[in-house]
Design a protein around this ligand. Structure first.
Ligand code: SF4
Length: 285
């Protein structure tokens, strides 16, 4: 899969940029600067379809304006239909590379068709049981608290502190607390709340609303135990100033062209491995 444009630094910073740069600088250079498109992966296609299905249904809920819409309307047929519609689009995007797409433990099309709708079901079983609602303070009809978009400067005086975030959900608990949430279809819970912290900082800088709780919603399995204290995390430490330090370090690294490869066991599933000089000594650019 080819590089599409001349190398250039992104105009904004996102959590995925921060984590890509931290995990492998060379991967950052290849994907974000040189714009190489990664070889598709079934886990991305399936995971995106789960996200899309829940987003579609939650936006219907939001648009209805009825707190009980979900309880009265969501069902297995709706879930399966929405998953298949979203998954078909993802598979189509793979195009000619579908047969070479990366897969974890053989989990390809058939596996995701079998298990994807169940992940969506886990999310709704959990949401209906816990009784959280979507954040009622999101007043812009074009920006519901489902994939809530933030484009803001963490430091108003610095253009390169600009961050772009799409927050999967902003929930209101029955007790009135706000929670930023990110849906995960992988098996492993992220080891740090940093992603949620970026959302807290971005939301605070953009709107003045301070959400100090966050959780990862691990929907691969039934979610009855979520969020326990293990899943619901305090985000007080992640101020705009704190997150901006990450952003400025990333910016300095890009400016100095410091892109350190991180050769490790994940290289074998890396989507830009064929372009990587560290993995392919014959590939010096
Ligand atoms: S193959 Fe490994 S070192 Fe190379 S870009 Fe990918 S993750 Fe980084």
């Amino acid at each position: 899969m080819e590089s599409l444009t001349e190398p250039s630094a992104p105009e904004y910073t996102s959590y995925s940029q921060l984590t890509t740069y931290a995990e492998c600088g060379e991967k950052y250079r290849l994907t974000r600067m040189n714009k190489h498109v990664e070889m598709p992966a079934w886990w991305n296609a399936g995971g995106s379809a789960v996200h899309d299905a829940t987003e579609t249904i939650d936006k219907w809920w939001w648009d209805s304006g009825e707190p009980d819409w979900l309880a009265n309307n969501v069902n297995d047929e709706m879930i399966t239909d929405q998953f298949i519609i979203a998954f078909d689009k993802e598979v189509e995007k793979m195009g000619e590379h579908k047969d070479e797409a990366r897969a974890s433990r053989g989990q390809k099309h058939e596996w995701w068709m079998e298990h994807g709708p169940g992940m969506v079901r886990h999310y709704y079983d959990w949401l209906l049981a816990i009784g959280w609602k979507l954040w009622s303070g999101a007043t812009d009809p074009d920006n519901p608290p489902v994939e809530y978009m933030i484009d803001t400067k963490l430091d108003p005086s610095t253009e390169d502190s600009r961050v772009l975030c799409y927050i999967d959900r902003i929930f209101e608990t029955p007790g009135g607390s706000l929670v930023v949430a990110d849906l995960k279809t992988g098996a492993r819970k992220p080891s740090s709340p940093l992603q949620l912290g970026v959302y807290r900082a971005g939301l605070l800088a953009a709107t003045g609303v301070d959400v100090t709780l966050g959780c990862y919603l691990m929907c691969r399995k039934p979610m009855a135990d979520q969020p326990t204290t293990e899943y619901l995390m305090g985000l007080d430490n992640y101020s705009p100033t704190h997150i901006n330090k990450y952003v400025q370090n990333l910016r300095r690294g890009i400016e100095a062209e410091v892109f350190m490869p991180n050769r490790n066991s994940f290289c074998k599933t890396c989507g830009v491995r064929q372009y990587c000089w560290a993995a392919n000594p014959q590939c010096f650019l």
